[in-house]
Design a protein around this ligand. Structure first.
Ligand SMILES: NC(=O)c1ccc[n+]([C@@H]2O[C@H](COP(=O)([O-])OP(=O)(O)OC[C@H]3O[C@@H](n4cnc5c(N)ncnc54)[C@H](O)[C@@H]3O)[C@@H](O)[C@H]2O)c1
Length: 264
């Protein structure tokens, strides 16, 4: 699909900064938004500061956009009240604005923590049961379901992407399986927005790591092929001392989120 104005929420965050650079020039206009400071707009950019929990502001933010890359929200375990505002209310406000303004497609940054209580020796696919490992994971399940409703009822296409661990480099043993390079994430975003049609298409996203927990038929359907791998980092990571806590967390796909005895 041809994207005229692509809205990127959470554009000041880690992934937001990577896509701001990697998707420069991808659409006629990138509308970058965050609750935090975003600096000055470069050519082809618009900057709109917005708290997604503010319904009127979210409505104005979405007006005039034909597609959305929804990264904005809390990206770790947090109190229920803060997740309620940013991830639940914020995602609802965004989707309902998308309905009012005729947005065609949304990439929703979901998370592997929606299924993080599965053991790390299990192989999952897009149809595996959810087992959220945190209130954060539950907030992502809400977003996935809301997206499904808005596709079935209003035809707004969503690709919920259960992102593994998207950072510059993998830094621990779990990330040897879950790492997603920023470059592979950018190419996935392009594949999602380039596709003629996606419908509601759930997928996982990890780089071409040696150990794969998620089979990715839907990602392949989009023609996405990750090119990076955690393998070059393996020796240094495996040379580090494994604490008892890390060994316990490694039993779960969600790592420390699942192993922790508390929520919020
Ligand atoms: N980085 C990863 O490995 C990873 C893994 C799984 C899922 N995700 C998801 O991808 C998205 C981006 O992740 P990230 O690593 O860049 O996180 P991040 O925390 O660096 O960025 C999130 C951004 O959202 C903004 N934000 C928070 N509350 C907001 C609100 N109420 N209104 C508007 N903006 C708000 C923050 O200011 C921040 O800039 C998040 O939704 C996260 O849950 C990331």
């Amino acid at each position: 699909m041809k994207t005229k104005r692509l809205l990127i929420t959470g554009a000041a965050g880690g992934l937001g900064r990577a896509v701001r650079e990697g998707l420069a020039g991808y659409a006629e206009t990138l509308r970058l938004s965050d609750i935090a400071e975003l600096g000055l707009a470069a050519p082809g950019e618009e900057i709109v500061r917005c708290d997604l929990a503010d319904r009127e502001a979210a409505d104005a933010l979405v007006a005039g956009c034909d597609a959305i890359l929804h990264l904005g929200g809390i990206s770790v375990e947090a109190t229920f009240d803060s997740l309620l505002q940013a991830n639940i209310l914020g995602t609802y406000n965004l989707y309902d604005a998308a309905r009012r303004h005729g947005v065609r497609r949304i990439l929703f940054a979901s998370s592997n923590h929606a299924t993080g209580f599965h053991r790390s020796d299990e192989q999952l696919d897009e149809t595996s049961p959810r087992r959220p490992d945190s209130l954060y994971g539950v907030s992502k399940c809400f977003g996935e379901d809301l997206a499904r409703l808005y596709f079935d009822k209003f035809g707004i296409e969503t690709v919920p992407v259960r992102i593994g661990s998207c950072f510059a480099e993998p830094t621990d043993r779990r990330m040897l399986a879950t790492w997603l390079s920023p470059r592979d994430f950018v190419s996935l975003c392009r594949a999602v927005f380039d596709a003629a049609e996606t419908g509601y298409l759930m997928l996982y996203a990890a780089s071409a790591n040696r150990d794969q927990w998620w089979s990715n038929a839907h990602a392949a359907q989009l023609g996405w092929k990750p090119v990076d791998s955690s393998e070059p980092y393996r020796a240094a990571i495996e040379a580090s001392v494994m604490t008892e806590e890390e060994a316990h967390a490694l039993h779960f796909q969600g790592g420390y989120h699942a192993a922790s005895r508390s929520v919020g």
